[in-house]
Design a protein around this ligand. Structure first.
Ligand SMILES: *Cc1c(COP(=O)(O)O)cnc(C)c1O
Length: 475
């Protein structure tokens, strides 16, 4: 399998070449040259593999189609080591829970940090360790987080050989639970840096360091952000696992509703559908930050400035532009690299928007690719959380509530609707208390984590300061 850039650069690359990279050199995102097709017999074989051998076996089948520069036995071992009951809590790894007839939740949030990002990040940690050892290299991951990404990255990389993590976060702005999750890690290779400032300040520091190409090269600075193809690929697997649990034959179709921010999670659904998974609709659910809903309704993609990016009670979807969206648009417009470059490159930077409403391709987003969308706001979230608790005894997280609200508006008789559960409610307890007047359940392993000793340093928002800290930590 070869990988290309969405912006038309002609070089083709292998999986392990793009594994440790972010963007392609031309600023595009990597995608496979084609989507491997899964026929009926293969789908049946995978269904049996998942049911009898488990999620790791299914992951190996899917990943083998995209990775041909890691020996099969090694890849199998990496999958087996990643997707275990010990790490993800159940043998099924992503169990499907019935809410009511025709409506299901797929539980993606039982990994170490209780959010779906663990599904991909845990694999990434093992792939990084494997590839760095093979090359005899080291990597310093530098990131900025306002919550879920940072903790998922740290729990995936803790104790991994050849990897250090430097994670900046805005001082005092994450939920107490999220702070406790990250700062209680005592691993030598994990560095928590609380910055005096807001999330944008953290991101600016990371950008400034990455733009210093000499420093970046000398200190092997890398990232784990959501545009990494390996993360997307890992997420494709649970669309298959959800399908196998909701159906008994390959003649049946299902739809998915996905709480969306950067379009990473749902883009994996698009890839699964392109491979031939019988998916009817892919419904993107947004919060008040409705960049994606606006596009699917109108054909206009309009990024927001930070002043127009709302802070909401589903904060992991508070985005102003959807960094993975370029992948879908590339497919939508017939994999036209120069046109993707024109839409997402200088044009978007200058105009802040593009308009496909007059393009015949736009209609195909719904008719050919199955995309629909909807929006959910704070009041909807509270109502949905309350309703799920009162009628079904389920406590759902705020992001998942956005999904359930939108899913109900797009359900069709006879087609199971699967909502991806993207986090557990304990991560966003304040809103649960607001909706239900009670605390969400806390998994036993997180009992009392707020009282554990913390390992974090405080820093001014200054790129020079973090460079000095990295330099000192690498000697
Ligand atoms: C990251 C995240 C999302 C958004 O996922 P994208 O891949 O960015 O669309 C939704 N919910 C939770 C809980 C998350 O952590």
């Amino acid at each position: 399998m070869n990988y290309l850039s969405t912006r038309g650069e002609p070089t083709r690359r292998r999986f392990c070449e793009i594994l440790l990279e972010g963007l392609a050199p031309d600023g595009g995102l990597y995608l496979p040259e084609h989507y491997p097709q899964v026929d009926d017999a293969t789908l049946t074989r995978w269904r049996t593999a998942y049911q009898t051998q488990g999620y790791a076996a299914l992951a190996f089948e899917v990943l083998s189609l995209y990775i041909d520069d890691i020996p099969a036995a090694d890849l199998k071992q990496i999958c087996d080591k990643t997707y275990t009951e010990a790490v993800f809590g159940t043998r099924k790894i992503v169990p499907l829970k019935k809410v009511e007839d025709g409506l299901y939740l797929e539980a993606l949030s039982n990994g170490p940090t209780l959010a779906f990002k663990d599904m991909a990040m845990q694999l990434l940690g093992n792939l990084f360790e494997y590839e760095l050892a093979r090359r005899g290299e080291e990597l310093n991951i530098l990131g900025a987080t306002s919550g879920d990404t940072g903790s998922a990255a740290e729990y995936a990389m803790r104790g991994k050989k050849g990897v250090r993590v430097f994670m900046t976060s805005p001082f005092g702005r994450m939920s107490p639970f999220q702070q406790a999750q990250m700062f209680s890690l005592m691993d030598e290779n994990i560095h928590n840096i609380a910055v005096d400032g807001v999330f944008d300040d953290c991101q600016d520091m990371v950008k400034a360091v990455s733009n210093d190409l000499d420093f970046k090269r000398q200190y092997k600075i890398g990232t784990v952000n959501s545009i990494n193809w390996a993360r997307l690929m890992a997420q494709v697997v649970y669309y298959f696992a959800g399908y196998f649990q909701a159906t008994t034959t390959n003649a049946e179709k299902v739809s998915f509703t996905v709480p969306s921010g950067n379009f990473g999670n749902i883009c994996a659904g698009h890839v699964a559908r392109m491979m031939g998974l019988p998916v009817d609709k892919l419904v993107a659910a947004t919060n008040e930050n409705d960049v994606l809903d606006e596009f699917f309704r109108t054909g206009v993609y309009r990024v927001r400035g930070s002043a127009d990016t709302h802070e909401t009670s589903s904060p992991s979807m508070d985005i102003s532009k959807a960094s993975n969206f370029e992948r879908f648009i590339f497919d939508l417009i017939g994999r036209d690299g120069p046109r993707t470059q024109a839409l997402f490159g200088a044009g978007l930077a200058k105009e802040g928007r593009f308009d496909l409403s007059g393009d015949p391709a736009f209609a195909e987003a719904a008719t050919r690719y199955g995309f629909e969308s909807g929006k959910s706001v704070h009041a909807d979230r509270l109502t949905t959380i309350k309703d799920a608790f009162e009628r079904f005894g389920l406590i759902i997280d705020t992001h998942t509530a956005d999904g359930v609200k939108v899913a109900r508006e797009h359900q069709q008789g006879g087609v199971p609707m699967i909502v991806l559960e993207t986090a557990l409610p304990i991560k966003f307890a304040a809103t649960i208390v607001e909706a239900l007047g009670r605390q969400p359940d806390r998994p036993p392993q997180f009992e009392g984590i707020e009282d554990l000793p913390k390992r974090v340093i405080r820093m001014v928002a200054d790129a020079g300061a973090i460079k000095a800290y990295i330099t000192q930590s690498c000697t």
